[in-house]
Design a protein around this ligand. Sequence first.
Ligand code: 6R9
Length: 654
Amino acid sequence: MRKGVKKATSTTLAALLKENRVFKPSKEFKSQAYIKDKSIYRKAVKNPQAFWEHQAESLTWFKKWNKILDWKLPFAQWFVGGKINACYNCVDRHINSVIRNKAAIMWEGEPGDNRVLTYWDLYREVNKLANAIQSLGIKKGDRVAIYLPMIPEAVMSMLACARIGAVHTVVFGGFSAEALKDRINDAQAKLLITADGGYRRGTIVQLKQAADAAVQNCPSIKNVLVVQRCKNEIKMQQGRDHWYHDVMKNAQSYCEPEKMDSEDLLFILYTSGTTGKPKGIIHTTGGYMTGVTFTSKYVFDLKPEDVFWCTADVGWVTGHSYITYGPLANAATVVMYEGSPDWPERNRFWKIIEKHGVTIFYTAPTAIRAFMKWGTQWPEGCDLSSLRLLGSVGEPINPEAWVWYYEYIGRERCPIVDTWWQTETGCILISPLPGVTILKPGSATKPLPGIEAKVLTEEGKEVKVGGGYLALTKPWPAMLRGIFGDPERYRQTYWSRWGGKYYFTGDGAKIDEDGYYWLLGRVDDIMLVAGHNISTMEVESALVDHSSVAESAVVGIKDEIKGQAIAAFVILKDGNTPGQEVAEALKQHVVNKIGAIARPSKIIFTSDLPKTRSGKIMRRLLRDVAEGRALGDVTTLADTTVVENLKRKYEEET
Ligand code: 6R9
């Protein structure tokens, strides 16, 4: 046990899982880090507004604000009266120095094609595109839908919108025509930017075809701009559809960036959460840019010489904040990859790291668990020595996956930042600062400087050590400003607990004696077994800790005696065969790790789990399967056949 960290107590998840390893920043890392001591936390606590004001000053403003924060709960305005442009901050301000010739985006297509755009290239392209979009009738405040594969044009489209003050709404390219239609109609977008197709696992995703089907039922769309990516055959509708390369040919090379109010809308991003109708989360300009610029620099210790790779799709908030706005505002070099991690082989990510000399790698636990399942031979065959920092986002990372990531990807050299945040929070809120924070595998550690979080009981009492609901108790610059067109739903969803005083994250969390936060997933996923609260995440972690398990998803099912019993869906690692014997061993393993109370009553072996397109397990659907109900809304699933097969199999077996 290292100095300064008390041994985890029985109240922590770590102890429940017998996970009490801690990892201190190495001397080498610390000596070069931006933040080497904890004084930044003290400064921020002393005067949070002054702290955020100082962070805002790292951006370029056309006019300074006259008030830092105007807080009329639950509506916040940050840097009131300030004038700023997000595109200007990501591009223009870098082109009067040597950065002009630095790579902004190093892009790799799935088939193996490459493009490198310097900051100057990006500047030129974005200016032209902004003019092109304007020539299609788009003005400040208009909404533009972006439905593209992971190609540089996706980032350029976002920036071009921001440049002229148009509000973008990026729709993940894996979404169906139906999902695209709903989002366009909710946002009342006038322009859609799409592509003929995109590559995924060696085949062409027919984006234009889906876009055509969607737009048929979107009366607000006047024009469709089409990037030629795959040269697959598509239909172009005269008068409505325009080739991207055609409009760019005639576009002027400079477009004056719009002087946006700090509180003018930057984007709408739809989040389904795990239930219900998608919500259009709205983010404004000054506060959002402050949050993402600050966190990109300090959470990732992002230096000018780094090569930063966030593997998320730009269709998710992670792609917005940590591919586009945060890194580019910091003049970073980002890697962008179009395709799948297992194409043409299961080492594609490691090959990309090797090829581009990636120094910072940011991915999701669902990906890490897939890598574990595929085996260590894939990363072992590649030179990963350029890496110096790893990140995780999207779900709680189970300690087993954390340690695997640390050993096999970071080669025991790289700190891991487990970053907790949401579409709604805009930027990372709970995370280590890699030069100072002692890491505990499975914990996102502590709120960042300037952020105040608490674990509360149902009644709003603060939990000092133990479990409860994660709440955010002070406004922060990058927070959502509402739900597009529905202020009442905003209040209801996030501000109706605890007398409307605090922001309700929807996540359960435990806090340990060192003040470390252990995220437990969505509160809807917490089970009540014979009067005990058990999070699905705890049981999943215990299962994945078993050497034969690659991934698992746990749900509570109705039980006459216990209220709820535990059903575990389990994917075994390659080379293991499902059967009664393994099932018994797994049940016993959970008992050993957590206790008899958490013993799963059912183990269901499967080869796949129903996930959202951003990789989050949809336990709601697994509950439907396990309780024999008709499946609920499946429109946000990555692959609907997975859950249908599972349901069939489940019904055959039980
Ligand atoms: C950024 C993003 C938000 C939800 C969030 C929580 C889960 C994200 C996490 C994490 C534990 C982490 N989540 N990061 N849970 N540890 N490091 O994922 O946004 O798609 O809106 O999802 O994801 O449950 O509430 P979004």
